[in-house]
Design a protein around this ligand. Structure first.
Ligand code: LFR
Length: 497
């Protein structure tokens, strides 16, 4: 085993980071060399990602990685959030700025698409829950795919594929990111032709699928020249951030649920084959792809987005609060008795989050949280209760009792939420690593270099390198009582409507 120095670029929906990783054959150590905001831009009535700026940040990261390592890294791989994409013409030009999944254009498109194929059929064929953010509905909303004469030559590249293309010149769709689209056959792990045809999506848009850990090519010579680096390999490691995070869960067994906690909370379980039943559709589970062709059966929960958006609103009102300060406020809030459904699509778009939380409580007949501490407390408890509800759904679908909950990602820095999760679920929470996504990205590169054999070796390395923290449930009886309150006020209430 040689010592490997690699670099990972992880674009999250609210910030991005570039880290270098040093793997000595047993342990991985990482160093962050560049961090930047990823702020979407509203332009012409559409919410966009600033792709050019993000590519600029990536290049800054390459330069800093070389400086820190003293040489060009052994390889580079990019991961991003799911579902979004760019369209590229045959000359490799980007057709407009990629749209943000929170843009409202795809909501009506979803309704139109579902006239051509029912939600049940779509789920049975793809294993992905219907949400307006899904690539399938976004593509359906692309009116210029229908009206532009040149569109038949265009290609669709998911965000990580798009970065990889501009780095290497190679067009491919990596399996984990493609699996978020709602356009894959989860059994064959290939594009789903019947779905493409039902929605008249041109086959020519789609690139070959490659499995995680595929070496795509080398860094383009013009970029090498611009940045003064060597032509390092560009690897499709695990294009989807959540898949990368799940690959780095430090577990040695398989009897656990995971929560990948960031802007979203993705809660689920790793399986060998998808669950495509009517029940799993009703419970809103998706079957996304993981490392080694595994299935991540998971549910999208709004996550810390609820808090991020409150913070943004309050900042515009003139109060800047750090995340630590927000949590501090929640710690001293009066006892909470109002809850929201942290899975509800009403919380999807940006803007006015404190008001939307209050509105949710009002219309469901609950006390309306007034102060900022009350609102934050309501959010954090609602998340923890949603985790408990989701845990019992996972146990129902798989018929297994899960002993532990592994929490990974930036969201675990909110220790109050980790402890609440343990209390409310009555299960031990094992939290870490914080930089799970970058670590998964790096270890999938190490696999492509032949330095680790498989997922269980990857997890062994993570366990040795980044010891997790354990949260033991407290005050079980009190939380049991509170969960019943949540269940009555939110879950039963929804069933009535
Ligand atoms: C998390 C994530 C989720 C995906 C959401 C939208 O960053 O990738 O897995 O559902 O973003 O793309």
């Amino acid at each position: 085993t040689q010592s490997l120095q690699m670099m990972a670029v992880d674009f999250g929906a609210s910030s991005g980071r570039v880290v270098t990783g040093h793997f000595d054959g047993e342990r991985l150590s990482i160093q962050e060399v560049h961090r930047f905001d990823n702020e979407p831009v509203q332009l012409g009535g559409r919410l966009h990602w600033d792709f050019l700026r993000l590519f600029h940040e990536l290049k800054q990261g390459v330069v800093k990685a070389k400086q820190q390592l003293g040489r060009t890294p052994a390889s580079i791989a990019v991961d991003t959030w799911g579902v979004d994409y760019g369209l590229v013409d045959p000359q490799g030009r980007l057709i407009g700025n990629p749209c943000h999944y929170r843009d409202l254009r795809s909501e009506p498109a979803m309704q139109e698409a579902l006239k051509l194929i029912t939600e049940s059929e779509l789920y049975a064929r793809t294993g992905i829950q219907s949400s307006s953010i899904n690539t399938v509905y976004q593509l359906f909303a692309e009116e210029h795919l229908r009206i532009d004469q040149n569109a038949s030559d265009w290609r669709m590249l998911f965000m990580p594929d798009l970065f990889h293309y501009y780095l290497s010149g190679v067009m491919a769709s990596e399996y984990t990111i493609a699996s978020t689209s709602g356009l894959l056959d989860p059994m064959k792990r290939e594009w789903n032709m019947p779905v493409l045809d039902a929605l008249s999506l041109p086959h020519s848009l789609f690139n070959p699928i490659v499995m995680p850990g595929t070496r795509l090519g080398a860094l383009r010579s013009d970029i090498c020249g611009e940045l003064s680096v060597d032509a390092m390999p560009v690897i499709a490691a695990s294009g989807h951030d959540t898949a990368a995070a799940v690959a780095s869960i430090p577990a040695s067994d398989s009897r656990y649920a995971f929560i990948s906690s960031g802007t979203w909370s993705l809660m689920g379980i790793e399986l060998d084959e998808p669950i495509l039943t009517e029940r799993s559709r009703q419970l809103l589970f998706s079957n996304e792809g993981g490392a080694e062709g595994k299935i991540r059966m998971l549910k999208n929960i709004m996550g810390l987005w609820l808090l991020q958006e409150c913070r943004r609103t309050w900042a515009m009102e003139g109060t800047q609060l750090s995340y630590a300060e927000l949590t501090e406020l929640a710690q001293h809030a009066p006892v909470n008795s109002s809850y929201v459904d942290a899975g509800d699509a009403v919380f999807l778009p940006p803007g006015g989050m404190p008001q939307r939380i209050q509105e949710y409580c009002r219309t469901s007949g609950q006390p309306v949280p007034q102060s900022r501490p009350e609102i934050i407390r309501c959010i954090l408890e609602s998340l923890a209760f949603k985790y408990r509800q989701t845990l019992s759904e996972i146990e129902e679908l798989t018929g297994e009792h899960l002993e532990h909950i592994y929490m990974v990602g930036g969201g675990i820095q909110n220790r109050l939420l980790c402890q609440l999760t343990a209390n409310v679920t009555g299960r031990t929470v094992i939290a870490g690593p914080v930089e799970a996504t970058s670590i998964g990205n790096l270890m999938m590169q190490a696999k492509a270099h032949g330095e680790v054999k498989n997922l269980s070796e990857i997890r062994e390395v993570v366990r040795q390198s980044f010891p997790p923290e354990t949260y033991v449930p407290e005050d079980a009886d009190q939380w049991e009582e509170r969960y019943r309150q949540y269940y009555r006020r939110v879950v039963l209430q929804q069933m009535k409507n």
